[in-house]
Unconditional design. Structure first.
Length: 258
């Protein structure tokens, strides 16, 4: 039996990068998948790809920074598939800012995408689960930078650290509803978004992946497909009763020094 057989999985920020990898992995494991994102063309293309592979899938256009659009994505998923069993908050904003140069507008943008959107998406999904007295699972994609991060990630770190606390709070609040909520602190990962970020903010060339991989213990960046498989595990019954865990998915060990 596939790990997510007949589960309805909503992936926020699921049209590219890690979110798309999670959507594909969930579909392979038998899930009915709804993906959200701002860009219609890649979203519809991914949904069509999943359908062509034999899955049931739909795309819901939604800007994670807009609470009402985020809420509507849950409503649209329920309208399309009858319910939501699992949620993955994979949408993220990684633009740069230090403590000294971050504007209120940049700070608010990070809070809107990286903290506020997951809060209200969880609120809507948990409300649906509680109303149906149904069990469910949620995975929030966090970041190793939430432990402290680089100086140029100040607003990002603030939001992701907040989401880690929210993950534990919501998991505790709804454990007796049989709703399991976990988070994944991911390290440096090879995605389209990271490629754009490296080129835009750090002047990286075409060989940045090779250079980055050579500097890391395992000799490579984290791969979206590997993370996606772990997310599917956390969404599935295979992960047992685990809830409220914020897991470091990385090749560097927090607190370890050479």
């Amino acid at each position: 039996m596939p790990l997510l057989h007949d589960r309805v999985v909503l992936v926020s920020g699921g049209t590219s990068g890690l979110g798309a990898a999670i959507a594909r992995a969930a579909a392979r494991e038998g899930a009915l998948v709804a993906v959200t994102g701002r860009r219609r063309e890649p979203g519809e293309a991914l949904a069509a790809e999943l359908v062509a592979a034999g899955a049931k899938a739909l795309f819901v256009r939604a800007d994670a920074a807009d609470v009402e659009q985020a809420r509507t994505s849950v409503t649209a998923t329920v309208a399309g598939f009858g319910r939501v069993d699992s949620l993955v908050n994979a949408a993220g904003l990684t633009s740069r800012g230090t403590l000294l140069d971050t504007t209120p507008e940049l700070f608010d943008a990070h809070i809107a995408v990286n903290l506020k959107a997951p809060f209200f998406l969880m609120q809507a999904v948990v409300a649906d689960l509680v109303a149906r007295r149904a069990p469910g699972t949620i995975v929030n994609v966090l970041s190793m930078s939430g432990h402290g991060g680089q100086p140029y990630l100040a607003p990002y770190v603030a939001a992701k650290a907040g989401l880690a606390g929210l993950t534990r709070n919501a998991a505790h609040a709804h454990r007796r509803d049989r709703i399991r909520i976990n988070g994944l602190n991911i390290g440096w990962t090879d995605t389209e978004g990271e490629d754009e970020t490296q080129r835009r903010f750090h002047g990286a060339g075409d060989d940045w992946r090779e250079k980055a991989g050579a500097s890391l213990p395992m000799g490579k960046l984290g791969q979206p497909d590997e993370i996606a498989d772990f997310v599917v595990f956390l969404l599935s019954d295979r992960s047992g009763v685990v809830t409220g865990s914020v897991i470091d998915w990385d090749q560097n060990v927090l607190g370890g020094f050479d």
